[in-house]
Write a protein that binds this ligand. Structure first.
Ligand code: DX5
Ligand code: ZN
Length: 226
């Protein structure tokens, strides 16, 4: 099954509960939470208290979605427990934020210790090889299809090949790996993304720029459910 993971980065933050409810009503099974620190990326978005509030809101309103935290931050090691405690189900950190391969393994173990799913992200210019040896230890590889930092950017085509390569490696090893793609996905390219072996697809501005977020969410889900 291919999942849509709407990113609330482009939501109206004064009406976050409404936006969140709208994607749930549209049938989204994941909510993608873009955390930016102004260091790893040149932008600041939101952090722990927002994730915590949304988790409380979801629990109170009987909304069942995977909380998918994409940490675009330096020093991810220090923030695994706070995001796990705030309610993240899946925690993704960036390969580029690690100072060594050993540190990536350390972070994987920290996320496991919290009983959460583990994701590792690579930027458009980072080769797939950076993740190759770690694939058996993680649940999800996130292939960035834009340079992280901002919503609403154009899709970088060559990243599709990286998703295909990672899918090939995981199939060869018989791994139950999820592959996520994030950035610049729209109604015109989402099926190409799904065809590259990606099974969790992030869409931000192409959903939240619309008046009717529920209808847009449904439209995207219909395209990847065929
Ligand atoms: C980029 C973020 C993405 C992105 C998605 O730094 O990780 O999640 O904002 O938004 P769109 O779909 O607008 O590119
Ligand atoms: Zn993201």
């Amino acid at each position: 099954m291919t999942h849509l993971a709407p990113s609330i980065l482009s939501a109206d933050f004064t009406r976050l509960g409404e936006g969140f409810t709208a994607i749930a009503e549209g049938g989204a099974t994941y909510v993608h939470l873009d955390v930016m620190d102004g260091h790893f990326v040149p932008n600041i978005s939101f952090g722990i208290p927002v994730v915590e509030s949304l988790r409380k809101f979801a629990d109170k309103n009987g909304i069942n979605m995977v909380f998918d935290a994409h940490l675009m931050i330096d020093n991810p090691k220090e923030y695994i427990k706070p995001f796990a405690d705030a309610g993240a189900d899946l925690i993704t950190f960036h390969c580029e934020a690690c100072t060594s391969a050993g540190e990536a393994v350390e972070i994987i173990n920290l996320i496991r210790k919290e009983g959460k799913r583990v994701g590792i992200a690579i930027n458009p210019d980072t080769p797939s090889e950076a993740l190759k040896d770690l694939l058996p230890q993680i649940d999800m590889a996130l292939v960035m299809s834009v340079v992280p930092g901002f919503g609403g950017q154009g899709f970088i085509e060559h990243t599709l090949d990286k998703a295909r390569t990672i899918r090939k490696w995981s199939d060869e090893q018989g791994l139950p790996l999820d592959i996520q793609m994030d950035g610049g996905v729209n109604l015109d390219n989402i099926q190409t993304v799904a065809g590259a072996g990606v099974n969790i697809i992030v869409v931000g501005s192409a959903i939240f720029a619309h008046e009717d977020v529920t209808a847009k969410t449904r439209e995207f889900i219909n395209l990847i459910s065929k």
